[in-house]
Design a protein around this ligand. Structure first.
Ligand code: FMN
Length: 261
């Protein structure tokens, strides 16, 4: 040690050892910060998800306590293959995005059926219900699919008839601001309200079209304005909704409610 300090400051050995020591100290600091901040990160992500669900269901109040407001929302786990609820799993502990990566909990989607271009999905999904007078008022369905640059994650809200759109909101994507990023434009999002996702035969028909929906469009109830200069993101949104509303997505689950209203 003594001989180390005795070395001239510009010696190669001393320079290298000091640099190495600095690296070790910095990496220890970064690792400690990453590990200790992880629970906070998870809590913030959870809060953000709840905030998005409250926003898309219009239950968010400015300055409101998110945890308190979220008590109006009932999360449920759905087995997508059967459309049945899975009561054995606690929805507050279940992480659908994590499950999609776990070979024990996921399903690999054959390429010819992979409309949303997601390759795999969790077998079970979390749906969020809003009830009024014990009747389901809204179904909040998590949806995701590939746009042009990224996978878009969001929530589609259907009214109690399991067919009429109440809203669509994305909470994560990396599409270009001003192009694909216009999926976040409130004006564009507004026109989703009242659109129908299924035709009378039960097939998913909701679709973004190129350009604007004309007042004389015979299928205007299923059509939403495209995104100018961003047809690839728009197609991604159509495809993800078609997938998640179809028989490989929430189709079997929603089917159970369609004839009840
Ligand atoms: C830098 C850059 C970013 C772009 N970002 C997007 C995007 O986020 N989403 C998208 O659909 N198209 C994006 N485009 C345009 C696509 O390449 C493509 O031209 C467009 O989707 C075609 O849509 P249009 O027929 O409506 O013009 C981008 C193009 C460039 C040069």
């Amino acid at each position: 040690m003594k001989s180390f300090f005795a070395l001239p400051n510009d010696s190669t050995l001393k320079t290298l050892l000091v640099a190495l020591l600095l690296c070790l100290v910095c990496s220890a600091l970064i690792s400690t910060a990453a590990v200790s901040l992880k629970p906070l990160q998870i809590a913030n992500k959870d809060l953000d998800r709840k905030k998005n669900i409250l926003e898309v269901t219009k239950l968010m109040q400015p300055g409101g306590d998110i945890a308190q407001l979220f008590k109006q929302i009932e999360p449920k786990i759905v087995n997508l293959a059967t459309g049945e609820y899975v009561e054995s799993i606690d929805p507050n502990q279940y992480d659908q995005r994590q499950a999609a990566k776990d070979p024990n909990q996921n399903l690999v989607i054959p390429p010819q059926r992979d409309l949303a271009k997601i390759k795999q999905r969790a077998k079970y999904a979390t749906v969020y219900l809003v009830r009024q007078d014990n009747q389901i008022q809204y179904f909040v369905l998590p949806v995701h699919g590939y746009g042009l640059w990224s996978t878009l994650y969001g929530f589609l809200v259907l009214q109690g008839d399991a067919n009429t759109v109440f809203g669509l909101q994305f909470y994560e994507h990396r599409e270009t601001p001003g192009l694909g990023g216009e999926v976040d434009n409130p004006k564009w999002r507004k026109q989703w309200e009242g659109k129908l996702v299924y035709d009378p035969a039960g097939a998913p028909r909701i679709q973004l079209i190129k350009g604007s929906v004309g007042s004389n469009d015979p299928n205007k109830q299923f059509h939403v304005d495209g995104l100018s200069g961003a047809t690839l993101t728009a197609n991604g949104v159509t495809n993800m909704l078609q997938y998640w509303l179809g028989e490989d997505g929430f189709g079997p689950y929603l089917q159970k409610f369609k004839n009840k209203v």
